[in-house]
Design a binder for this molecule. Sequence first.
Ligand SMILES: Cc1cc2nc3c(=O)[nH]c(=O)nc-3n(C[C@H](O)[C@H](O)[C@H](O)COP(=O)(O)OP(=O)(O)OC[C@H]3O[C@@H](n4cnc5c(N)ncnc54)[C@H](O)[C@@H]3O)c2cc1C
Length: 430
Amino acid sequence: MQNANSYWQATANNTKKRPSLFGEQKTEVTIIGGGFSGLATSYFLNCLGIKTILIEQHSIGWGASGRNAGMLTTGFKKSTAVLSKKLGTDRAKELLKMSVDCIRLVDEVAKKEKIDCSLNYNGGLKLAYKSKHFDALRREHEFMLEKFNYQTEIIPPSDIEKEINSPIYAHGGLMDPHSYAFHPLNYAIGLGDAVERLGGIIYENSQVTSVNKFKDGYIVKTENGEIVSNGVVVATNGYTTTNTNKKLTKSIMPIKSHVITTEPLPKELSKRLIPHNRVSIDTKNFLYYFRMTEDYRLLFGGRVSFVKKDNSQNNPELYEVLRRNMVNVFPELKDTKVDYQWGGTTAFTFDFMPHLGKTEEGLFYMTGFCGHGAAMSTLLGKIIASSIAEKNQLDNVLGDLPLTKIPFHNQRGKILSLAENYLKVIDKIS
Ligand SMILES: Cc1cc2nc3c(=O)[nH]c(=O)nc-3n(C[C@H](O)[C@H](O)[C@H](O)COP(=O)(O)OP(=O)(O)OC[C@H]3O[C@@H](n4cnc5c(N)ncnc54)[C@H](O)[C@@H]3O)c2cc1C
């Protein structure tokens, strides 16, 4: 995938160019991937006094971390009630807590390291696409309140205009005050700088071509160099290839998501469309997600297709579909210019949950954020860093979930096509 012509790139804080890896190096832990996951792992390892080298094939934040919508939302792909049924109440409670803690952690790190990443604390909306979906949101709200004393606010259809002015979202919604927004690329850039201030090393434009175990550790090779280390963390998520880890590659589905960003809107219009400036997602499988930027642009994203023939980020058709979807949501934007458009790759797992663990002793991974990794990646980086530092097991509810190989992974094009048609039908009839 190409470099992103993104709004985030256009408004990025100054970033330095880092060298590529040449020759042989030694360190304690090698980290592959310069997104939030890899950067957070390096950051927390260095905080704990452990030496790291991070290798990124392009530049810091080049992957999903510098391309996402910057919405730090609580919860997971599956609702808390569903997780509770599947994993038990205690684990669902722990997961819900993690999803709030990870947002707090991003805030804490950003403040501690003085990362200028436009954090806003206005909360998040989940908007019912149909009235049946609103019933499900109400049940989720009651479930979280009764079981976990977790406070969200249900917005009935009669009040929804106080939250959003859209003809397609008249069915009500759920407001979670713990959800935030930020500038994702600036967070990644700031984390990179913090890693280096703590003594961590980062190489850019260095693609890892192989990872091999030897008696005392690992050798990670790039075209022009190699690093010998005791441990390795694979943090390549949706961009994972067999070079870095075969097992991981077979356990994730890389799925693309695309985003458009309008020209700046008049402030009054922006306030009329989303009065409390919250981040929003809806209840469809082929969901829309959107938010205002600091300078009152609407950033609008969604999954247009899993398998469209040219699903690259330069396909104008994709962005035209997104623009039409945006106008469906906000008809007032029918003549509004789109200034930026880009796409990125996320990783989905078989159980739609993020995973962390080891594929073998000393080789750690985190992956499969299923579109919810903007904050969770920082927390998983911290958990992996402490497990490495304390030489203990990854004692964590996500670490306990088995990472299943995706059945018929080599036929994934066909599977995704079937899944796409199925989910589109479900969105129509459910
Ligand atoms: C369009 C879009 C919108 C999204 N919106 C949201 C959102 O609003 N909220 C949310 O919570 N989540 C969102 N996500 C998901 C979120 O961005 C990801 O879950 C998160 O960024 C994952 O971070 P990561 O560090 O694990 O992976 P990435 O940021 O993808 O980083 C992986 C890095 O590994 C590098 N790499 C891969 N292979 C190699 C190799 N062989 N050698 C060296 N480097 C390598 C890549 O270049 C890449 O930079 C969105 C994703 C996309 C694409």
